[in-house]
Design a protein around this ligand. Structure first.
Ligand code: AMP
Length: 359
């Protein structure tokens, strides 16, 4: 696929959560359709997409029919089974490409890839069993964090170690899955860059956002982040380096730790990212539209920030405040249409705009 998709074309999206939902809305604004592929019932994206296929990622017939019905496929999460991608890719391009998924699906592959690019990451070691964990602790030191190599998100599959007594408990928390031990980075703050690359190779980055996590889950993102001009430039250059190395098409989230010695890359996410939701009310073209433009082969839009914004996630029962939030001035409420409230479940977010000091 080299030509830009014409209006009326269909973008297939693997995953029907809130990210797929907001991608579908952005596609619709550009005159494009979306077709969601999702195993779960009543996906939030299904309420706004043109079409939904409810099937599992091992259902080759459903994957084939899905691939035949769309012009390009993208995704809203990175843990898609390789076999499903193989079925799709014989029929239709997948954007961002397979290399981005290969690198980001496994923390060990990801850290090694980023280090090979010359970027700074936390010290890390492969941990396959308790003996390897003890050796890794000797090598890296404490405090440290043990993380499963695959399928970790929102702080899940992680254990902190502060003393050698924690080794057994930390390993038990991995449930016998391969893991990686990371040295603890003494950061002053956490930031992320939401970056985009078009099919032609143009790169555009949104202003870095400053992230606050609570219980391992993103609580809020504030722009502008408290960064020096040099740090801001470094953050954007790091994101651009990763995009170009991966020959990437679409939006990528790059999470960074700010330290006195410079920026340390924590992880990359080959998709639109929770810490980029502020762009919906801080920019003319937000991360969702930017991603749709890129995967559709369109030119990237203008993502210049025109307001200061704080995005706050509505997690679990936070959504009960929706009525009150809907009355706040300079506040945009975004709800995901999820009927069942569960602890830790992302139900929506608000973007609070502060116009006064916009650059
Ligand atoms: P992750 O799932 O890797 O993004 O980790 C979730 C959160 O745990 C991060 O946003 C940090 O707040 C913290 N964290 C993860 N890895 C490290 C590390 N190596 N050093 C310090 N804090 C970390």
């Amino acid at each position: 696929m080299t030509d830009p998709l014409p209006m009326g074309a269909t973008i297939g999206i693997l995953g029907g959560g809130q990210l797929g939902r907001m991608l579908s809305v952005a596609a619709a604004r550009l005159g494009l359709k979306t077709h969601i592929f999702e195993p779960g019932a009543e996906p939030p994206a299904g309420q706004v997409a043109h079409k939904v296929t409810r099937a599992g990622y091992h259902d080759d017939a459903a994957l084939t029919a899905f691939a035949k019905s769309v012009d390009v496929v993208t995704y809203e999460f990175e843990n898609i089974p390789t076999a499903a991608l193989d079925v799709i890719e014989t029929r239709v391009p997948i954007r961002p490409g397979r290399e981005a998924l290969r690198v980001s699906q496994d923390r060990l592959t990801e850290k090694t890839y980023l280090e090979d690019l010359g970027l700074t990451v936390a010290p890390f070691a492969d941990v396959a069993d308790p003996a390897a964990l003890k050796a890794a602790v000797d090598h890296i030191g404490l405090p440290a964090i043990l993380k499963t190599r695959r399928f970790g998100y929102d702080g899940k599959g992680q254990a902190r170690l502060t003393s050698l007594d924690d080794v057994d408990q930390a390993w038990a928390a991995m449930s016998d899955q391969p893991a990686i031990l990371e040295g603890f980075v003494g950061f002053t703050r956490e930031i992320s860059v939401i970056a985009a690359r078009s099919a032609k190779g143009d790169v555009a980055c949104f202003d870095p956002g400053e992230n606050l996590h609570k219980n391992g889950i993103l609580h809020s993102t504030t722009v502008p982040a408290r960064l020096s001009a040099a740090q801001r430039t470094d953050a954007v250059l790091i994101a651009a380096k990763v995009l170009n190395a991966l020959d990437y098409i679409g939006v990528l989230g790059v999470e960074l730790f700010v330290t006195d010695a410079g920026l340390v890359v924590n992880e990359i996410a080959p998709r639109v990212h929770n810490s980029g939701h502020w762009t919906q009310n801080g920019c003319a073209v937000d991360q969702f539209e930017q991603h749709i433009r890129a995967v559709a082969g369109w030119p990237l839009g203008d993502g210049t920030r025109y307001a200061d914004v704080t995005m706050e996630n509505l997690i679990g029962t936070d959504v009960e405040r929706a009525d009150t939030l809907a009355r706040e001035t300079d506040t945009a409420l975004h709800l995901y249409g999820k009927t069942e409230v569960k602890p830790g479940r992302k139900m929506g977010h608000v973007n609070r705009i502060r116009r006064s000091s916009a650059s």
